[in-house]
Structures are given as C-alpha cells and as structure tokens.
Write a protein that binds this ligand. Structure first.
Ligand SMILES: O=C(O)c1ccccc1NCC(=O)[C@H](O)[C@H](O)COP(=O)(O)O
Length: 210
C-alpha cells in the first residue's frame, strides 16, 4: 500500500481530517522560505491533537542547527525532513530519523545526489530545481525514478488527485507526498481535494488486485 504524507499543515482541523482520511504522515514546515511555514507553538498544538500512529515530519531547508534543535525540543516530531544542500552527516547530527529531499528539476543530472544520503530513512524525489524551495507544484519526469536504491523512495512535486494514479504507475514509490495539490490557498487544505487525493492513491493501489 502506498503511504501518504500531506505536507504544509498549519491548522489542526486539516491535520485531523488528513489523519481521519488515512494519511500516514503530516508535514510541518519551519523554513522561512515557505509560504506554508508554521510556528513551533502552533505545530505543538497540531501534534498534540493527532491520533497515535500518524507520523509528524518537521521540514527545514538550509536552516541553522540551533533552529532544528529548538523545533525538536518544542514539537517532538517523529521525523525530520531536509530540503536544502544539507549533507548526510549534517542531517545525522540530531540523532533523529530523517528524510532527504532531492531536487529532480534538472532531470537525470540529479540522480547522483540520491546516492549521497546512505543514512536517510527515505529519499523524497521532488519536482523543484536544485536550490529552489519545495512545495513548488512542479512535477518531474517520473520515469527517472531509480529502482536499485536500498532506501524507500517518496514521490513529490505537483501531485494531485488527477495525476497521482499515473505517478504511482510510472514510479512505483513507497510513498507519495502532496502539498499544493490538496489546498485552496497556501497552508490551507481543501477537504474535497484532500479526500479525492487519498481516494485516488487507494484506487491506484487496487489496480491489478483480483
Ligand atoms: O511546501 C513548502 O512550502 C516547502 C518549502 C520549502 C521546502 C519544502 C517545502 N515543502 C516540502 C514538501 O514536502 C512538499 O510536500 C513537496 O515539496 C511537494 O509540494 P507540492 O509540489 O506543492 O505538492
């Protein structure tokens, strides 16, 4: 079954709805470069409201290590996610499992970077260009997804209910990640789009079942 992460949560009601609809994880963005950023205080409220077994992911992009530590202390996320030019060793310093986003906007040229994070819990292939922020709404060429990596792969970038089936068939990812495709405005989730997205992922999972 394809796991689902809904990113850029800023409201308790959106996070609860995602959990109720079956999302496996929600993302909380702390980098100043995001139009979906939230505060540690608000994130703490969202985390406290969630039911058990829904993972919480704290996102950063070339932020100071002290800022990451402050968020860990205040929010106690399940996982960290790094979107910038952080190295494998830098990401490891917090002693927490981490996801590393790889900018796939340059196409095949980006594939080498996937091999630079042997200690990442999973790799998130995102559609933006190198140095650009995530949450771009840009898809990449899913056929580039490699299948010889040990780590689980997550697919992100421009996904929505209308294309996630094709994305899953093309890339066969372990998980999909969505932000803009389920929103009515940055950081504000649209209940109908969220429900349609999760239903589309589940439908894609059933293809080929007897
Ligand atoms: O969402 C953001 O604003 C953001 C900003 C800076 C770094 C990462 C960010 N989001 C990371 C995510 O995991 C998004 O879900 C992913 O990039 C896909 O976004 P979208 O293309 O809007 O579905």
């Amino acid at each position: 079954m394809t796991r689902i992460k809904c990113c850029g949560m800023t409201r308790i009601e959106d996070a609860l709805l995602a959990a109720r609809l079956g999302a496996d994880a929600i993302g909380l963005v702390f980098t100043a470069r995001s139009k979906r950023r939230t505060t540690p205080a608000r994130a703490r409220e969202i985390v406290a409201a969630l039911p058990p077994f829904v993972a919480t992911v704290a996102l950063f992009m070339d932020d100071e290590a002290d800022r990451v530590r402050q968020v860990i202390d205040e929010v106690e996320p399940t996982l960290l996610q790094f979107h910038g030019s952080e190295t494998d060793g830098w990401c490891m310093q917090f002693g927490r499992p981490f996801l590393k986003a790889i900018a796939m906007g340059e196409g095949a040229a980006a594939l080498e970077r996937l091999r630079e994070y042997p200690r990442a819990a999973a790799l998130l292939l995102d559609g933006h260009g190198f140095g650009e922020a995530g949450g771009s709404g840009k898809a990449f060429d899913w056929s580039l997804t490699p299948h010889d990596l040990v780590q689980p792969l997550m697919l992100a970038g421009g996904l929505h209910a209308g294309n996630v089936d094709a994305a899953i068939r093309a890339a066969r990812p372990w998980a999909v990640d969505v932000a803009g495709g389920v929103e009515s405005a940055p950081g504000i989730k649209d209940p109908a789009k969220l429900a349609a997205f999760i239903a589309a992922v589940r439908a894609a999972d059933r293809v080929g079942e007897p």
